[in-house]
Design a protein around this ligand. Sequence first.
Ligand code: HAM
Length: 420
Amino acid sequence: MKAPRGTQDLLPGVTEKWQYVEGKLKELSNNYHYQEIRTPIFEHTELFQRGVGDTTDIVQKEMYTFFDKGDRSITLRPEGTASVVRSFVEHKLFGSPNQPTKLFYIGPMFRYERPQQGRMRQFVQYGVEALGSADPAIDAEVISLAMNAYQTLGLQSLKLVINSLGDQESRENHRQALIDHFTPVKEELCEDCQTRLEQNPLRVLDCKKDREHPKMQDAPSILEYLNDESEAYFEKVKAYLDAMNITYEVDPNLVRGLDYYNHTAFEIMSNAEGFGAITTLSGGGRYNGLVQDLGGPETPGIGFALSIERLLMALEAEGVELPIDSKLDCYVVSLGDAANLKVAAIVNELRQAGIQVDKDYQAKKFKAQFKAADRLQAKYVLVLGDDELANNQIAIKNMETGDQETVALDQLTEHMQGIL
Ligand code: HAM
């Protein structure tokens, strides 16, 4: 049997990288004072229909939706924002005196997409959401956190692209302009875009099939339709980014694949050679109406998410080695029943003292045990031979220097703590 298409097993040797990256992301979240939230892997389907948007590819084509035994329509979460906002409303986090509410999450998401390098059907997102502030400084904070997530891990070939999708009034005006622009050539657009033009014309700009259509090139830009307020907001976000020395490009065609966005939208791409066809590492933006749409009080919000799969691909493309210590602290070598009993006690005591230690469980000969210790890159090999056992001692070999010493068994733990 094989794992389902678009999923993967993470095996030892690789899981260490994941743990390292996840640890760094948690540390970074803490530095920015975002606290962890864990929401269910599945939700009521309606949450994503209302939250992510009925006209998006995610909702129309990519959700893992099924009826449970109680005949409820359930969906494996395709993203984290809708769930976080649902939880924020359900638990009335808006009532806490500490606003904005700054949250982060790490967990699997599910989208029924055509799998390829960097596009999985189950993938892990790290994301943050800041709810309760309409200060452009927090847009810049989220963008800086997103950039920092890559930079702290050693990535350099990054490109930040930003855009403003404006407020509702700006979007309405832009929407009408898009309809006027594309309607004369409607028949030439793909079937999806013909529907999009009626339901959500902004989505036309994001179409992969019609990308080369001549009308795409001179489509009306949202930036021309921003009202004064939206334009002033975008200017402030840029000023904060400038103040933080964060380099960006403005791309008026940047449209995100989810419906909840307004004002700031951004994506981070990898410029690394050999990264592959999909270059987007992460994306996010502001979603000021979403809390209300999901039944909460009027609350502005902004966030972003990255997938760890693509982050690891970028690290590989840039040749960044993560500083993972895969060496074992100690390996205990022994022979004979009496020694084995003693070793069980020693190993137990060392582990309880927080020392990483392993031993043989395959009745290997002395020499083969040493070989095993070598393969596991043990820093120290502890040897309990007949002589040592008789004298209540144990021999310690430093595998890096080759130095050997003998210590009394009752001082072993303390001694090892000292030298490690
Ligand atoms: P998104 O752009 O749909 O936004 O996804 C964010 C990131 O998740 C992408 O940039 C990509 O790194 C990763 N991703 C998406 N689909 C896949 C896939 N099939 N395989 C591997 N990685 C994938 C969101 O999900 C929003 N919730 C982000 C957000 C948070 N906006 C505001 N707050």
